[in-house]
Design a protein around this ligand. Structure first.
Ligand code: ADP
Ligand code: MG
Length: 211
């Protein structure tokens, strides 16, 4: 299977829709242990991407990811803005081809998640988006290498993301604003992990329909 940025407008719309549907739920999560702006931050980034979607769809992968990263960087404040911008810019640096097969994307994505870890000085177990992104990147890499059928692979990634987000509930936050609460951060799912999981599910939905 080869992926092209032509999919990009559909993907962005799916992300906008899922964040809209879950906006109140995510805002409550970010209000409980953060400052409540996470949905707003994501929506600003996604709206900016929608404005550039037609242009991005015409680019090859390295240029598309670079443009996506720079757009997010310019549009979004907050920790999540710079972390997602890092993810996309790194994807651009690690994508070399005009079209990309799934194994190539999986490799680039794992490197990009490593770049996010470095940027945030964080790792799994700290109650952040990384508790979804890291296991999803690992599962994607393994499944792509094993040439798992796409539908099975996407189902697997969605399940891994759900386990990741649920695991953040009992974690102690040691990074980001939630870490200011210490022990009181326990008992709440992390908002950034939740939106990462929602976005994985939405992307899987688009790819399933498209295949
Ligand atoms: P801010 O925390 O600046 O208000 P957002 O509310 O948009 O920004 O994003 C908060 C989310 O960012 C958190 O829920 C968490 O998932 C993620 N996050 C915060 N700090 C880090 C970090 N150092 N590494 C990885 N993810 C982080
Ligand atoms: Mg916030």
């Amino acid at each position: 299977m080869s992926l092209t940025p032509v999919l990009f407008p559909d993907l962005i719309q799916a992300l906008i829709d899922t964040i809209e549907v879950h906006a109140d739920e995510v805002t409550e999560l970010d209000q409980a242990i953060g400052d409540g702006d996470h949905v707003f931050n994501l929506q600003r980034g996604l709206q900016a991407l929608r404005e550039h979607a037609a242009e991005i769809a015409q680019l090859d992968w390295p240029a598309a990811w670079q443009k996506i990263g720079m757009t997010v960087m310019a549009a979004v404040g907050g920790a999540s803005g710079s972390l997602y911008a890092t993810l996309f810019i790194s994807l651009g640096k690690n994508s070399h081809d005009k079209t990309q097969d799934l194994a190539g994307f999986a490799e680039a994505f794992q490197l990009a998640v490593e770049a996010v870890k470095q940027r945030g000085k964080a790792d799994v177990g700290e109650k952040t988006m990384l508790d979804v992104l890291v296991p999803v990147a690992q599962a994607l890499r393994q499944d792509a290498e094993a040439s798992k059928p796409l539908a099975e692979l996407l189902d697997h990634l969605c399940g891994v993301a759900e386990i990741g987000v649920e695991a953040t509930r009992d974690m102690l936050a040691t990074k980001g604003r939630a870490s200011f609460l210490g022990e009181r951060s326990k008992g709440h799912i992390d908002a950034g992990a939740k939106t990462a999981q929602l976005m994985v599910a939405a992307i899987a939905g688009v790819l399933t329909k498209w295949q």
